[in-house]
Ligand binder design. Sequence first.
Ligand code: BGP
Length: 466
Amino acid sequence: MLEFPKKFWWGAATSGPQSEGRFDKKHANMFDYWYEIEPEVFYKQQGPDTASNFYNSYKKDIQLMKECGLNSVRTSIQWTRLIDDLETNTVNSEAVDFYNRVIDEFIAQGIEPIINLHHFDLPVELYHKYGGWESKHVVDLFVGFATQCFKHFGDRVKYWFTHNEPMVVVEGEYLYEFHYPKIVDGKKAVQVAYNLQLASSKAIEAFRTSGFKESQIGIILNLTPLYPATEESADLLASHQADLWINRFFMDASVKGQFPTELVAMLQKEDALWSYTDEELAIIAENTVDQLGINFYHPHRVERPEFSPNSLAVDFMPNKYWKDYEMPGRRMNVDKGWEIYPKALYDIAKDIQENYGNISWFVSENGMGVSNEERYLVDGRIEDDYRIQFISEHLYWLNQAIQEGANCHGYHLWTPIDCWSWMNAYRNRYGLISTNIHTQVKTIKKSGYWFKELSETGQLDFSLEE
Ligand code: BGP
């Protein structure tokens, strides 16, 4: 029997733009806008307009979450909903009322609200006007929005996070073309990454000067542990270089207050270093996180690049230092196209323990996206044994690390209720609770009942089949 710590966060995560729907929202975010101009890039042309209707059904939804035994839930406050005037950061009173009701309802149901501030949902006006995260003015506008959040909700929200997966913003918007505006520009990507870190550190500084002594603030990072194709030095080097950019950039800056020196040297050599001031670096150094949220879905395997990184190229791209590697015989979630490798969670936990001062952290997302889940409907309920298996295997490895001293205080599944997910819209379902997107009827899956027991007992009867 696997035993978990007594005060463990057993919960699940969603975000404002993926659950609420656009109802009564004054501004459009990057994805709202992208759907307006190119609906065909979204799976079955399903957009964020209704999402899972949380704006209207939050009471019932929170009730269902409680029925699944969740003792903590993460969502995000939408910048595009809360703020009326994006330049002066005046708040929208209906939005303040809405988030107050949501937070109060979570608390009334005995669920700790964990609030994130930015989840891929920059107001599109700020992109059109200033280039979005390319601009330091936008960094300061974000800090203004964050300050309003602390002011209005900080009396009840005890756990805050600045960004969700900032590296996905960098990769999707500026490198690999999977988020609007699909720019391919390594140097801009580097500046955006730096500005996102600066925004996080400045928001932390604002949080601390607001004087919430009992509360904590952190950042949510998606870590994809690197595994080299072979133990040969060229593959090891490729893996190391990829790790520096993909994982350590935000980890080091957020936890240690400094960017990895090797990475800085590489960017200098490439003439691609971000523009900065000493004052900004001091803010980053002084405003490290209280705790981390780690999203883990899949490992990242790489091999040496096809061409030497010293080859002549006009444009710098960070991924010229490695080549993605598909390990033969790897285990896959075929629906989503991601490798399943639960032991990576143990490796992440050891890395945090050994290289990041064993800072307090929790698994802020992990989960299994499955398409066409109706095929597992039995008597009106989705029998998602594969999800139970997936979660159990990850918890097995997490438990091993905790026994060895890892400072992990929770496990949040992505997601409580099937929600809308960017370009994939409603293709992959991750929830403990299913959503019928035509009727908005929500039904607890088998995994939801299973999770309740897990959360109530803090025990898991599971061993790995060899
Ligand atoms: C994470 C994001 C979530 C969610 C999840 C599943 O990267 O933080 O917002 O989208 O991925 O993604 P998808 O539904 O595209 O499989």
